[in-house]
Design a binder for this molecule. Structure first.
Ligand SMILES: C[S@@+](CC[C@H](N)C(=O)[O-])C[C@H]1O[C@@H](n2cnc3c(N)ncnc32)[C@H](O)[C@@H]1O
Length: 526
């Protein structure tokens, strides 16, 4: 039933974009084809890379700029560089002339001025210090560093985009009169550009997020930077920057929120936690058309001493609130997640809870995804019919209750694009839960119900020491939802996150039925 290719029309429906977009992405090599169809593999990879990062917003097709002719844009920029147009105007014109698909693919979103200023505001700069933006774009961080007093001759920048490099040079000349030779068109990750052993006092940047790089380079960079599982371009830039940062130098990076809370960035977070972190900032949805939140850290390249009781991190939710957290308080959070939106007292509760005896769902359950029909309109019916059974969406699941079914599907799931092992749907007992949600909402199903892919499921191993009913009560509880939100701060209920939650089997030895009060009493957090 699992097809390995899909038509352009079907891909367009799945991604909620026009067929023209699909053709454009094929032309750009983002989607791969075979026999005039898109390979399932490239489509799934596209969804993982782009949709899971929420890079494609739920924008209407019409608003989406499909493509631009890069060659003619480059010619135009070359002419503009010689014209009376200012570097600042040119920078704005260049960014707005790039198509959204190109910006997505290359990770080109220049940092807004208020963020540049905010990130650089706390560092005290003297003019003899060396400053680097390793992927400088049109020079936003660089220009601010010059304004703050760094000598233009001590400013360095790299970028693979020759237009951006030329614009940065023009802006430096305009602001300081200096004709810089240190802004170079080069690939920073390959390290050729920095191989002369130059080290920097300040490295501030917004690296490309989720830029596609080929597998061979990914492997090469992963071993070059010892980045473990953290191989997104934003993480690779982090590791590459550390290699050229002086001892006691400052590093500040604007990154996607995934850097702070997704498993695949754990290695990068562990590395950052070994330095002294000065500041975390959540800037919210800082980029138009991107749903991914922008967050920043600023850190000092010195070993963090656990014994240093002065190492507090300033945690900022931009324009909302500010508090201090000890660096130590991040040390025991699962997966090294930087849940800086919560306060020290809440983090103490999390640490206390994880010091109690618990088991986890990891290695204790079989997991399944909801059915991907490929086209719900076509495959699902709105009324009951012979040979059809109800199928439930995520939003049909409420705590311990299901809505009346409003969709029905062929009982053999005929024509569906991807289904989990049928045995999982047909298990005598299982838990089904909403996938897109900022709360855990699950239901104990004993009627072998089917679910669509806005819901997922798991079946417990036989020897699991907590019953289904107890477990569902626990997972749906206010306390577990608080815990989940405080650690992961996400709007998706990911299997890996559920697998990490502590499940207090000893509590159920004392209390057969669940209640919020007795759980809090048991955990001593009343
Ligand atoms: C998100 S933009 C940010 C630009 C600039 N740092 C800013 O904050 O405004 C990322 C930049 O990285 C550049 N880039 C992508 N891959 C690169 C690489 N391997 N080496 C150097 N620059 C790269 C892109 O051309 C783009 O200008």
């Amino acid at each position: 039933m699992k097809l390995n290719k899909v038509s352009t029309k079907n891909a367009a429906e799945q991604l909620n974009v026009s067929v023209v977009s699909i053709h454009n992405w094929i032309k750009e090599g983002i989607l791969k084809t075979t026999d005039n169809h898109i390979t399932q593999e490239s489509l799934e990879e596209f969804k993982r890379e782009f949709l899971s990062n929420n890079k494609l917003s739920a924008r209407a097709n019409k608003q989406y700029k499909e493509s631009h002719n890069h060659k003619s844009l480059t010619e135009e920029i070359k002419k503009d560089l010689k014209s009376s147009m200012s570097g600042d105007e040119l920078s704005a014109k260049y960014e707005s002339s790039l198509s959204d698909s190109y910006k997505n693919k290359e990770g080109i979103y220049y940092t807004p001025q208020y963020i540049v200023e905010d990130m650089l505001k706390s560092i005290d700069i003297t003019d003899d210090k060396l400053f680097l933006d390793p992927c400088c774009g049109s020079g936003n961080f660089i220009i601010e560093a010059i304004k703050k007093g760094i000598s233009p001759k001590n400013i360095f920048g790299f970028d693979v985009d020759e237009n951006a490099v030329a614009i940065t040079k023009k802006r430096i000349k305009e602001i300081s009169g200096y004709e810089s030779k240190n802004i170079i068109c080069a690939d920073f990750l390959s390290q050729q550009s920095t191989a002369n052993g130059q080290q920097f006092d300040y490295i501030f940047t917004n690296p490309p997020w989720g830029k596609k790089i080929n597998k061979r380079d990914k492997l090469r960079y992963s071993s070059l930077y010892n980045s473990g599982n953290s191989n997104d371009t934003s993480a690779l830039f982090y590791f590459a920057c550390l290699k050229v940062l002086k001892e006691d130098g400052k590093i500040g990076m604007l990154l996607p929120d995934s850097f702070f809370n997704i498993s695949s960035f754990e290695n990068a977070r562990k590395s950052l936690l070994s330095l002294q972190i000065d500041r975390f900032v959540d800037y919210g949805n800082a980029f138009k058309g991107l749903m991914t939140k922008a967050m920043a850290f600023v850190a000092t390249n010195c070993e963090w001493q656990k014994s240093n009781d002065k190492s507090f991190i300033e945690c900022v939710i931009y324009n909302v609130k500010k508090h201090l957290r000890s660096q130590e308080s991040f040390g025991d959070i699962p997966k090294c997640i930087f849940n800086f939106h919560i306060e020290e007292s809440e983090s103490d509760i999390i640490r206390r809870v994880f010091s109690m005896p618990y088991i986890r769902l990891k290695d204790n359950a079989k997991w399944g995804l909801g059915v991907i029909t490929g086209n719900n309109e076509k495959i699902c019916r709105k009324e009951k019919a012979v040979g059809c059974v109800p199928i439930y969406r995520g939003k049909d699941i409420m705590k311990n209750v299901l809505s009346e079914p409003s969709l029905f599907i062929d009982e053999n799931l005929e024509g569906c694009r991807q289904v989990a092992d049928l045995e999982l749907y047909k298990a005598p007992e299982k838990v089904i839960y909403r996938f897109i949600s900022n709360k855990i909402v699950c239901f104990y199903d004993t009627e072998q119900r089917y679910i669509l892919n806005s819901a997922n499921l798991f079946v417990l191993n036989e020897d699991f020491p907590i019953s289904y009913l107890q477990l569902v009560d626990l997972l749906n509880s206010d306390f577990m939802n608080w815990l989940f939100r405080s650690i992961f701060n996400t709007h998706k209920i990911l299997r890996g996150d559920l697998e990490t939650l502590p499940l207090f089997h000893e509590y159920f030895k004392k209390h057969e039925t669940f209640s919020e009060e007795t759980l809090k009493e048991y955990l001593s957090i009343l």
